[in-house]
Design a binder for this molecule. Structure first.
Ligand SMILES: O=C(O)[C@H](CS(=O)(=O)O)OP(=O)(O)O
Ligand SMILES: [Mg+2]
Length: 246
């Protein structure tokens, strides 16, 4: 299996996604939020690029979620903190979500055969799903405003590590950036939270009052489910029979 790791949305060329599986990674915080919301029973998540498009898509009974500059968008029901997306607040609801980077990354990947939402939370499940989908795979690090973000790279490294465990070292091929991210992950795997806390986004999140989100989003493989885009909605990929629950 060939896996290309792309450093940020600005470097992504959507034609490169044809016939592939794209795992969109935005650890802080969009894909961590998406995973949390779906596991907590939300019906589906429509990722959109702008606030205007979110309001256009909105139907009675939906929840509007998302942020600009890390903060909840005025008039929206939810921000972009995974902790807001509890069973009580989201189960049975459809969510229209717009964030600065993650939802833009999903839109950018539209030419792919399959689009998955990945984060540290579900890295092993993402690797297993990518193997089951039998496509060459792109791990698209969302980054922040078209600049690489360490937390996304570390997650890409963990997914590569999980793919090597699944397929065997000799059966995975990646690009130089992927090799570098896998090395970074292996170097920091026992202090992931501290590494993310020290990153640009980690410092920004802490300063903005979202320190708890760093703790939540830095937990590897605590979720065994994978969001997949079906038509225009993110839903949970059915648990493949070959995979254990945990
Ligand atoms: O809400 C977030 O965590 C970030 C905000 S920013 O881009 O880092 O300012 O957005 P996301 O789309 O989740 O990366
Ligand atoms: Mg981010």
């Amino acid at each position: 299996m060939h896996i290309e790791v792309v450093a940020n949305i600005g470097e992504a060329r959507s034609d490169d996604f044809l016939h592939k599986t794209v795992i969109v990674v935005d650890v802080l915080r969009a894909t961590s939020t998406i995973i949390t919301a779906l596991i907590n029973g939300c019906k589906g998540i429509i990722p959109v690029e702008t606030v205007l498009k979110a309001k256009e898509q909105y139907q009675e009974g939906d929840l509007l979620g998302g942020e600009r500059f890390c903060k909840k968008i005025p008039g929206f029901d939810l921000g972009n903190s995974p902790a807001e997306y509890t069973w009580e607040s989201v189960h049975g609801k459809r969510i229209i979500l717009t964030t600065t980077n993650g939802t833009r990354g999903i839109q950018k990947a539209m030419k792919a055969d399959h689009i998955l939402a990945g984060a540290l939370l579900n890295s092993r499940a993402c690797a297993q799903a990518a193997v089951d989908l039998k496509r060459d795979t792109v791990i698209l690090c969302a980054g922040t405003q078209d600049v690489f973000s360490l937390e996304d790279g570390l997650c890409a490294g963990l997914i590569l590590e999980e793919l090597a465990n699944e397929l065997g070292e000799r059966n995975i091929l990646t690009n130089d950036f992927g090799l570098a991210m896998r090395g970074c992950y292996l170097q920091t795997k026992d202090t992931l939270y501290e590494a993310i806390l020290a990153s640009a986004n980690g410092k920004k999140m802490s300063k903005s009052g979202f320190h708890d989100d760093l703790i939540q989003c830095s937990r590897p493989n605590v979720a065994n489910r994978v969001p997949i885009l079906e038509r225009d909605q993110l839903v949970l990929l059915p648990q493949s029979l070959t995979r254990s629950a945990f």
